[in-house]
Design a protein around this ligand. Structure first.
Ligand code: 6PG
Length: 504
């Protein structure tokens, strides 16, 4: 019999998405250039399906893939972003794909590529996209899905995505756990919502990743303060993170950070974190977020700092040399009570900075939406990030509620709930940043978030002086506080004489 869905790419993510589809009753025809991956997929299907009929068919060509599907064809791609996506699209055209067939890209594609692709494949097939978050495990047992593009294609894909997505318990706002093959969760709110026109879903996923970078960096900074200033060992810090994970800082990233820190290296017996080289990798999505924020003039300094922190970490050899050349402050002696107080301050600092990171990310999406003419529903976006994705956290429920209170919210920081939370915690945040700075421990994400907060709440910034500087050396003009908006003024600056103001 014919299959429901064609699937190209049986790598880690692809294989798990296929098995998730199979668990939900979809028959999948799969293709991968690497035949071993298909064999591994078939073997896992056989191991998991028990005495049911095979749920997955392996194909050896694109023609066979199309032939195995009922029309109109629905084909999902799980391949590396960039050229492979277009290569496959062209192969599908050669194999006879039809104008009403749908191809769904699930990779971490650059959103502008997605926009281009929808246009360039128009008339040949419908190019649709769905950004996926949640890593291997999310793909297998329920990812967070950010679909966007042709609305007709969405009506076709919606039931499929809602079936395989992570689910949230509507009463608590918390994820419904699913870890058993063959037992999909049917109840709950699915973490899959239509984001908007082509490109918007990948844009939203890009910002998700920017937030992910900053969230990870914040946790790493808290770790380094505890390690280097408070002399705590990885086990102790794992304990602190586990405790924090029980409260408002509960998140997947906090949970896994505790697990990483509690793990020992099987070869040396050392804490695993001590044998991992401190050089961070990156595949580009955080960088894209920072670039977009600069281009749109929607500040996301903590996301940009998180990208820089990775770049700086990669300069390992230079840092090692500099460490014996550049002086830092002399160490402070702290007693146990002081150390305890510092850990508590770090908790509050992390929370406040996290609010700022999300505020930056959501502000960026709002700015991009206005620029592109997308109508993004921020409460829905926060909702589908409550489970399945890497940044899932109880905190996303509070963000959902903030946008439900006011869908036009200018910035998360001015939501009454978050404004109150930060005002209660800010003293600790300031102390944590100051103490780390005095101890010479870099906290670029924690401190840039604090500067963001302070700048955003400042009615008069020194940009007045800056405009004066610009006018002085370049006749760039300025607006006056006592004149209507948009009127430009310029001062005829003379070396000694009286400046004269004139309307340009
Ligand atoms: C997710 C992740 C994922 C991303 C990795 C790698 O939401 O599941 O964001 O899509 O590929 O986190 O990112 P870096 O290699 O850039 O850290």
């Amino acid at each position: 019999s014919l299959c429901d869905i064609g699937f190209v790419g049986a790598g880690v993510m692809g294989k798990n998405l296929i098995l998730n589809l199979a668990d939900n009753g979809y028959r999948v025809a799969a293709f991968d250039l690497d035949h071993q991956r298909l064999e591994a997929l078939l073997a896992q299907d056989a191991a998991e399906r028990g005495n049911q009929a095979p749920r997955v068919v392996a194909c050896s060509s694109y023609t066979e893939l199309l032939g195995r599907l009922s029309a109109p064809h629905l084909i999902v791609l799980s391949v590396p972003a960039g050229k492979p996506v277009d290569d496959i699209c062209h192969k599908l055209i050669d194999a006879g794909i039809q104008a009403d067939d749908i191809v769904v890209d699930t990779g971490n594609s650059l959103w502008t590529d997605t926009v281009e692709r929808e246009k360039s494949y128009e008339g040949k097939f419908i190019f649709f996209s769905t950004a996926v978050s949640g890593g291997e495990e999310g793909a297998r047992f329920g990812p967070s899905l950010m679909p966007s593009g042709d609305p007709y294609a969405w009506t076709r894909i919606k039931p499929v995505w809602q079936a395989i997505a992570a689910k949230v318990d509507p009463a608590s706002g918390k994820p419904i756990e699913r870890k058993i093959p063959g037992q999909p969760v049917k109840e709950g709110e699915p973490c899959a919502t239509y984001i908007g026109p082509t490109g918007s879903g990948h844009y939203v996923k890009m910002v998700h990743n920017g937030i992910e970078y900053a969230d990870m960096q914040l946790i790493c900074e808290a770790y380094q303060v505890m390690r280097d200033q408070l002399d705590m060992n990885p086990q102790d810090i794992a304990g602190v993170f586990k405790a924090w994970n029980q409260g408002i800082l509960n998140s997947y990233l906090m949970e896994i950070s505790a697990e990483v820190l509690a793990t020992s290296d099987s070869e040396t017996g050392l804490p695993l974190v001590d044998v991992i080289l401190d050089k961070a990798g990156q595949k580009g999505t955080g960088l894209w977020t920072a670039v977009s924020s600069l281009q749109l003039g929607s500040p996301a300094p903590s996301i940009a700092e998180a990208v820089y922190a990775r770049s700086l970490s990669a300069l390992k050899a230079e840092r090692v040399k500099a460490s014996s050349v550049l002086a830092g402050p002399s160490p402070q002696l702290l007693d146990d009570a002081q150390k305890q107080a510092r850990v508590e301050a770090l908790h509050d600092a992390l929370y406040c900075a996290k609010v700022c990171v999300y505020a930056q990310g959501f502000h960026l999406m709002k700015t991009a939406a206005a620029e592109q003419g997308w109508e993004l529903n921020f409460a829905e976006i926060a909702k589908i990030w409550r489970a399945g994705c890497i940044i899932r956290a109880v905190f996303l429920q509070s963000i959902t509620e903030a946008y439900q209170r006011n869908e036009e919210l200018a910035n998360l920081l001015v939501d009454p709930f978050f404004a109150k939370q930060i005002s209660g915690f800010q003293q600790h945040w300031r102390q944590a940043v100051a103490n780390a700075t005095l101890a010479g421990i870099p906290v670029p994400a924690l401190s840039s978030a604090l500067s963001y907060y302070d700048a955003y709440r400042t009615a008069v910034l020194p940009a007045n002086l800056l405009q004066g500087q610009r006018d002085f050396f370049g006749a760039h003009t300025f607006e006056r506080t006592d004149q209507p908006k948009g009127k430009s003024f310029h001062v005829l600056w003379s070396d000694a004489g009286r400046p004269m103001t004139r309307i340009k």
